[in-house]
Design a protein around this ligand. Structure first.
Ligand code: GDP
Ligand code: MN
Length: 380
């Protein structure tokens, strides 16, 4: 999960990384109230999960309440690269002497953490990376060893940060590394990391990606869900332990195994159809799982037909057939269902279903036949 800047800064603050005082606002008047609380001058910042806000007009300095009103009014509702601004972060403005860049991310192929630090941070860091990569000091950190203050000191020296900033920057990087590791981030990036004329080093921006696989040990991450545009069906599927991804077409797909689900999408495409979703029910196909899968897909108004594609392996097709029949007894399904059942005990499974087949419960012998049938029904 990507965090908004304000959430990233709240996360940083937990790890004692210095950030400016501020607050969120969803309306112009809230923005004025937050500006008063933070103290003028302030900076009014669009909260969208995309970079380059400054260049898009989403970051503005304001000296008084009138300027806050103007900027907040302009930025709320602004479309930044397809992300519409619904929330602002208002913080006390900082004076900037220097803009640095700092980040930690995972270097998967080398099984280490990668730290990047540059004295040429700010809105053009991508250009620096492309045209002057030597301006970025990289460190590889063995996760078993970590980053201590001495290593961080050597790093800030290698990056040639201003002398006055070095000791604070080194301490901040150790904290940022802690945030990244203990806070289970995939990415913790500060751009710009600033040095003020008063000689203070702090994070002026925050880009944090949390590792969703670690969510189980962070109940406090719940609070970061604001503005997550997770599809209702994705939520429903997650609650039922299913792997569901919503798509734009009209053929609902249920398959056992991610590989088969993907092949099913391909075959549906190949015969001229469009999948409404990707739903992998995994290894088992118990009545509970099947009912849950049908229920999730059934709530999608785009779905005109449901294609159930099961290849029995350890899962036996007769068990699947019983699962489907029981599920159909429990859930009222509004679209016709096309079945392709093959693999272990396929004959037994098909025999179980034979008496129940109808215009709305159709069995086809192969995946291709079933896809053609489903696509034809979706188009009708
Ligand atoms: P981004 O464009 O989405 O990366 O947004 P940032 O939060 O990084 O802000 C973009 C730029 O706005 C920064 O690089 C700064 O130059 C400027 N900026 C942001 N906050 C302040 C501030 O408090 N004071 C000043 N003077 N400039 C700021
Ligand atoms: Mn930035």
């Amino acid at each position: 999960m990507d965090l908004f800047e304000y959430q990233g800064k709240q996360y940083f603050a937990r790890f004692a990384i210095p950030v400016s005082k501020g607050g969120v606002a969803d309306t112009v008047e809230e923005a004025v109230a937050q500006a008063t609380a933070a103290g003028y001058p302030v900076v009014v910042k669009a909260q969208v999960k995309v970079g380059g806000r400054g260049k898009a007009g989403g970051v503005k300095l304001a000296a008084d309440a009138d300027e806050v009103r103007t900027h907040a009014g302009n930025i709320l509702g602004l479309d930044i690269k397809g992300h519409v601004v619904k929330r602002l972060w208002i913080e006390h403005a900082s004076d900037i002497e220097k803009e640095y860049y700092a980040s930690f991310t995972l270097d998967r192929p080398n099984k280490v953490h990668l730290g990047m630090l540059s004295k040429e941070g700010g809105v053009d860091i991508e250009e620096v990376a492309a045209t002057n990569p030597d301006a970025i000091a990289k460190v590889s950190i063995d996760p078993a060893v970590g980053l201590d203050l001495d290593a961080a000191r050597a790093w800030v020296a290698a990056a040639d940060l201003d002398e006055v900033a070095r000791e604070q920057a080194a301490a901040l990087l150790v904290q940022l590394y802690r945030c990244y590791v203990d806070g289970d981030c995939d990415l913790a990036e500060i751009n710009p990391l600033i040095l003020t004329p008063q000689g203070e080093v702090k994070a002026l921006d925050a880009k944090v990606t949390l590792d969703d696989n670690a969510a189980f040990r962070h109940p406090e991450w719940e609070e970061f869900a604001w503005g997550e545009t997770e599809d209702v069906r994705e939520q429903m599927a997650k609650a039922k332990g299913l792997n569901y991804i919503g798509l734009d077409g009209s053929v609902g797909i249920i398959a056992n195994g991610a590989g088969l689900a993907m092949s099913t999408l391909d075959v549906v495409n190949q015969v001229g159809g469009q999948a409404a979703n990707f739903l992998d029910i995994g290894g088992g196909a118990s009545p509970d799982v099947m009912a849950a899968a049908l229920e999730v897909i059934n709530t999608d108004p785009k779905v005109k037909v449901i294609f159930v594609n099961i290849f029995g392996g350890i899962t036996k097709v007769d068990d699947v057939a019983n699962g489907i029949l029981e599920a159909l007894g429990r859930v009222e399904i509004s679209s016709p269902i096309v079945l392709r059942l093959d693999g272990t005990n396929a004959a037994e499974g098909r025999a179980l279903l034979a008496p129940h087949l109808s215009d709305t419960l159709i069995a086809e012998p192969t995946m291709l036949d079933a896809a053609r049938r489903a696509v034809a029904l979706a188009g009708a």
